[in-house]
Design a protein around this ligand. Structure first.
Ligand SMILES: Nc1ncnc2c1ncn2[C@@H]1O[C@H](COP(=O)(O)OP(=O)(O)O)[C@@H](O)[C@H]1O
Ligand SMILES: [Mg+2]
Length: 150
């Protein structure tokens, strides 16, 4: 099952992220794929604002993981762009069992260590303002989530 959403502005991408109801689903893992500038961090900002997180969200490219603990639930924002492809336990796995939302930019780089149940969102750049977001849910609860939002 795949769900396509065409975002025509930054606001569209923020809104779709805000519409994901995290309270139904407190241990969500969201994997973002797509080239540089495709909107992965914008999406994460929308998600964080819906959790009431007031901090500025920036791509954690140089520290890999940023933790935001002052919202309705913990948000772990990862950017694994600088990691080598690996199937080893590098500590990231610990986050998958924590109570909180994990959002991973460039998640395809660590595909081998990702949990089988997760939401994958592929970002495609169409033109300056347009992005196509392809939601691919793995697992029943993620399918329900996509049906509810899209
Ligand atoms: N529809 C859109 N959705 C998200 N970002 C968009 C959109 N249209 C243009 N942009 C621009 O694309 C860039 C996305 O940047 P960012 O989210 O940091 O990308 P990534 O994290 O994927 O590298 C921003 O400069 C933003 O203003
Ligand atoms: Mg980014």
């Amino acid at each position: 099952m795949e769900f396509k959403y065409t975002s025509r502005s930054v606001e569209d991408t923020l809104t779709i992220a805000q519409n994901i109801e995290s309270e139904k689903f407190p241990n969500m893992i969201i994997c973002l794929e797509g080239e540089l500038g495709s909107g992965k961090t914008v999406f994460t900002k929308g998600f964080a604002s819906a959790l009431g997180i007031k901090d500025t969200i920036t791509s954690p490219t140089f520290n890999i993981i940023k933790e935001y603990l002052n919202g309705e639930m913990p948000l772990y924002h990862m950017d694994v762009y600088r990691l080598e492809e690996t199937d080893e336990d590098i500590g990231i796995n610990d986050y998958f069992n924590k109570n909180g939302i994990t959002i991973i930019e460039w998640a395809d780089i660590i595909n081998d260590i990702l949990p089988s149940e997760r939401l994958v969102i592929k970002f495609k750049v169409i033109d300056e303002d347009t992005r196509v977001l392809v939601f691919i849910p793995y697992g029943e609860k993620y399918e329900e989530l996509c049906s509810a939002v899209l």
